[in-house]
Write a protein that binds this ligand. Sequence first.
Ligand SMILES: Cc1ncc(COP(=O)(O)O)c(C=O)c1O
Length: 452
Amino acid sequence: MQETDSPVNHDEPSHVFYRSPGQSLPVVVRGEGIELWDATGHRVIDLASGISTTASIGQGRSSVAEAMATQAKQLAFIHNSWVTNPRQEELAARYAALAPSDTNRVMFTSGGSEANELSLRIARQYHLAKGHPQKWKVVSLSPSYHGATMGALAMTGRWEIHGDYAPYLFGGARVSPPVRFRGPFRDLDPKEAAARSAMMLADVIEAEGPDSVAVFIAEPVSPSWGMEVADAGYWAQVREICDRYDVLFIADEVVSGAGRCGSFLAMEHFGVTADLSNLGKGLTGGYAPLAATLVSDRVAETIQSAGRGVAAVHTYSGNPISCAVGLEVLDIVESEGLYDRSRDRGKFAMKALSDAIGDHPNVGDVRGLGLLIGIEYVASKDTREPLDASFDVSRRLWDAMWARGYLLRTLHHGSALVGDATNFVPALTIEEHDLVDASAALRDSLDEVFGY
Ligand SMILES: Cc1ncc(COP(=O)(O)O)c(C=O)c1O
């Protein structure tokens, strides 16, 4: 197949203000399934779903393009503060049917940061509706990531990302998650780590003053913890503690939801329902911007019966084209059985990776849920000491894998609990032989990067 022509001239400086200004980036011009081609014709297999689980059904799906075009011709835009549109209504009903039985309302936004901020505004309305205006504080985990806008950054627990903006961010208390690879809960029995971490949450709420704490927000499985999976008891205790103090529990499922962990919500795996659940990324497989906040009946009814609402909404909330894409992507996910596939391929990938790299001296751990897999690197397998930041394993591994025909993202976390970890999150459609080949390429790349 012919590559698409690129208008980019690498001899001229780019007018794009990149994330790291002055970088020279490969220009990706085409995608088909899990494959991408850059303007030079170099082909890579995408092991990151673009970024953190987004391109979850593969590229080039003509039925999604057709759904988008049909909707654009029929109704491209309305604003949902005065009218609604059929696609928004249908999609909200589909998500409500997939959500736990006591969660039946959905509000749409365009991305995960917006969804997390929206859930904070909804939580605020809930507490105001109950006559508790003094409840406003946020407790979150450190490390964690909840998005790039100021409110989402304020809830984020990753200093290397939010630290520069601290003067603009409302303060919030942070708690350590029950990570057992490193730190105070190292190698504890999972239930014991869960109990200790949950106790810290209760302690922090008590210290802040239960009358002032509005929400606890957490990712069910987090790239910021290198995808370590907490014991289900942790989430059950979180639920109980939030209920005890009338603190709303917000599950940030932007990465873990939409089938990535083998179910619509990763929280299903732990048997716990959050008051507000935020989904994004994989909802549209990257074909259009869309995020969704699922609102439990208790929260929705409290706000509604007090005659309150959420005045501040976004221009593209419930956008007909994004919702049409969401519907088509959900049809694909369901008709191709991608939740089951995520579970099966996840197990297969864990084995393939463990076989290929498990004994590598700098691989500390391979873990995850479904096709949400993290690989953490260490300076020493015994001490689990993280790699020095100056070694820049993320960049080295990216380069080594790109040269071998793979796009793979590794993050440096700058946290005492989590060092450098790869997000191994290919599309849910990836084949087993691609997982085997990718694992072998990763072994090869690690040997090169670490000089073996
Ligand atoms: C867990 C989590 N929440 C929220 C976000 C923010 O989503 P977005 O980039 O779509 O605003 C991200 C993005 O990576 C994320 O990983």
